[in-house]
Design a protein around this ligand. Structure first.
Ligand code: GCB
Length: 642
């Protein structure tokens, strides 16, 4: 990479999100009779700012006029990572600001002022730091990928009679010691070894730092007095389901509402007329995980209808929220869903695919769910960042249980445990809980993956992040995923469930399958005797270059991955009768990483290739997962997901 220092970006933010507590809701935009939605997916104009200091776009105010007036542009799909779209290796590994732009037509009635609708611009996620302008006016900034942000552009749209607006989004992928995930930039001034102005981004996590606008950008309109947020929690008392709800309204202090809970057929089963309350559902259909019930993922809909007075106007707004009635509880050695023991037999995933990188892609999403069904997987962890709302909606619908992980991956340096990092981490947890709090599929929050949790500041850091997350959501357990020494881990005392990663016979004792059972047994006993908390094997696995074979099994062959699994499974089968409550293979599919001597065009620990074809290990896991599901005795016919 040849360019000047991009570090200015870290001080650029005008209103850094880490400095403010979150206000307002972040309901997934849905079309209802009172809400309209316009998706802006497609081809946008694009330019990476290759100037030595990466500042040219700001110095020349590219956002002030059409992007193609300030220089050459290329076409760029949205949503998608920009990295793998062109043949330009400099763009693939680019660090700094990239600029996106498109025109969007605005429906005429959105531009009417009195009373007119409220118009919002929402970005599902852009990685990592975003600045957004509409018609050259700064409307918002956001720090962090993987989570949505939005800007109220009502006054802009309603003060300009033109039928379209120009949206410019600058996105910077530079990671710092205080970003989540963290990273550092190394400058190499030695011109006898590097080109002038050379710098690289270093990261402590094992996936490619894909960047760009990863999820849909949408425009949507609500009434000016509107349903801002809904919070739902559920309880079960014998056969009565209890839906506790709270609705917050903005734009008016005089609102009335009706709240109707409907079953799958659309029949009303309970109603309310206050902004918060409890709806009783006799003979409730509970939300059950996939393979735990013949009708998994049962969703009611909560239809909120509000009428509000503001000035001379009466506003009406409607929002429909899917609701699953279920409970979650953790004991010393069990994970209970609806008071029944739940065993996680699932996977870790990535949002990752050829060409698209981390860009949302419907065919891939549905293919992945079909593969999960085929595999008999009942759960996954959103390693190592929040996945799209589109994916989470399907988890709710299919009954796929989710451990919802924050982008707290690669927290390794002591500086990344300081107050600046901590306060940003708290905000990220607020954003994540705000987005996913109503999802029945989400049964646990994971605040981080493999941090340096043995470092002295880790105790205070994780105590604070976990306490904060529990305060935001008292109804769900909280964890983080550890690969530290059980006795020296400073965060483990604060988690509800111990999640441990280990790669016996891979990163150490390489090639020695015979050590796995001894070491795994010791691992479980050490953690359990120290903390008396249930344990999930949150990662285990081995790389396979598909098509490589050997007998006896050698590393990187299909046989070796199978053998590693079988050694692990033997121990799981003993310990799951005691306190092990789950196993999540690393990884569902091969995925892209930085280039290194240990990665062969990415991480190959997938049981599926990056193109989603099974390796031999997939069949081992499939047999195991369906057998495990059989033990619960509620199996749907296997042929349902051939
Ligand atoms: C881990 C990490 C994961 C890596 C994996 C590996 O422990 O949590 O991000 O990709 O190991 O394959 O090394």
């Amino acid at each position: 990479m040849t360019a000047g220092r991009p570090s200015f970006i870290l001080s650029f933010c005008l209103a850094c999100s880490a400095c403010v507590a979150l206000k307002g809701g972040m309901l997934t935009p849905r079309e209802t009779p009172t809400r309209e939605l316009k998706e802006l997916s497609g081809v946008w104009k694009f330019r990476a700012d290759f100037s030595p200091n990466r500042k040219r776009g700001f110095e020349e105010q590219w956002y002030k006029r059409r992007l193609e007036e300030s220089g050459p542009v290329i076409d760029m799909p949205v949503p998608a990572s920009f990295n793998d779209i062109t043949q330009d290796v400099q763009l693939r590994d680019f660090i700094g600001w990239v600029w996106y732009e498109r025109e969007a037509s605005i429906p005429h009635h959105w531009t009417l002022r009195d009373p007119g609708p409220r118009v919002l611009l929402r970005v599902g996620s852009a990685h990592y730091y975003s600045v957004v302008w509409v018609n050259g006016v700064l409307v918002t900034q956001h720090e962090g990928g993987h989570l949505p942000f939005e800007a109220d552009i009502t006054s802009l749209v309603q003060s300009d009679p033109s039928p379209s607006c120009r949206i410019t989004i600058a996105v910077n992928n530079t990671l710092s010691l205080h970003s989540l995930p963290p990273g550092t930039v190394t400058y190499n001034p030695d011109t006898s070894r590097y080109p002038p102005g050379y710098f690289v981004q270093n990261i402590d996590f094992d996936f490619f730092n894909y960047a760009g606008i990863h999820r849909p950008v949408i425009l949507y309109a609500t009434p000016k007095a509107y349903i801002d947020d809904i919070t739902v929690t559920t309880k079960i008392n014998e056969n009565i389901g209890l839906v506790l709800y709270n609705v917050s309204i903005e734009g008016s202090t005089e609102a009335t509402m009706t709240v109707t809970l409907c079953d799958k057929k659309g029949n009303s089963v309970a109603t309310g007329s206050t902004s918060s309350g409890a709806l009783k559902v006799p003979d409730a259909n509970l939300w059950w995980p996939y393979l735990m019930h013949k009708d998994p993922g049962y969703l009611y809909t909560l239809e909120v209808h509000m009428k509000a007075k503001s000035h001379l106007y009466i506003f009406e707004d409607q929002y429909t929220l899917p609701v699953g009635i279920r409970t979650v509880r953790v004991t010393e050695n069990e994970f209970l869903i609806n008071e029944k023991q739940f065993y996680f037999h699932g996977v870790n995933k990535h949002e990752d695919s050829d060409i698209r990188g981390k860009g949302l892609d419907w065919p891939l999403i549905i293919k992945d769910f079909n593969l999960l069904h085929w595999l008999g997987a009942n759960s996954f962890r959103t390693s190592h960042y929040p996945y799209s709302e589109e994916i989470m909606d399907l988890c709710d619908k299919y009954g796929i249980v989710v451990i919802d992980e924050s982008p707290g991956v690669g927290i390794k340096q002591v500086e990344s445990f300081d107050n600046q990092s901590l306060s940003h981490h708290l905000v990220v947890m607020e954003e994540l809980v705000r987005r996913d709090k109503n999802r029945p599929s989400v049964v646990m929050w994971s605040v981080a993956n493999e941090p340096a949790s043995e470092l002295p500041p880790a105790g205070y850091y994780f105590k604070t992040v976990i306490t904060h997350t529990k305060a935001l959501d008292p109804a769900r357990p909280v964890t983080f995923v550890s690969n530290s020494h059980f006795a020296r881990d400073k965060g483990a005392p604060y988690v509800d469930v111990i999640c441990v990663n280990s790669y016996f016979s891979w990163y150490h004792d390489s090639g020695h399958l015979e050590v796995i059972q001894i070491q795994l047994n010791t691992q479980f006993e050490d953690w359990y005797k120290t903390y008396h908390k249930p344990i999930i094997q949150s990662e285990y696995g081995a790389d396979v270059v598909p098509g490589l074979h050997s007998d006896p099994p050698l590393m990187f062959t299909e046989e070796y991955q199978k053998a590693v699994m079988q050694e692990y499974h033997a121990v799981f089968d003993v310990k799951r009768k005691e306190y092990v409550i789950g196993e999540l293979i690393w990884n569902f599919a091969d995925f892209m990483t930085v280039q290194s001597t240990t990665r062969v065009v990415g991480n190959k620990k997938g049981i599926f290739t990056r193109q989603r074809q099974p390796k031999a290990g997939a069949f081992i896991l499939r047999d195991r997962y369906w057998n495990l599901a059989n033990e619960t005795g509620h199996l749907p016919p296997r042929s349902r997901f051939p």
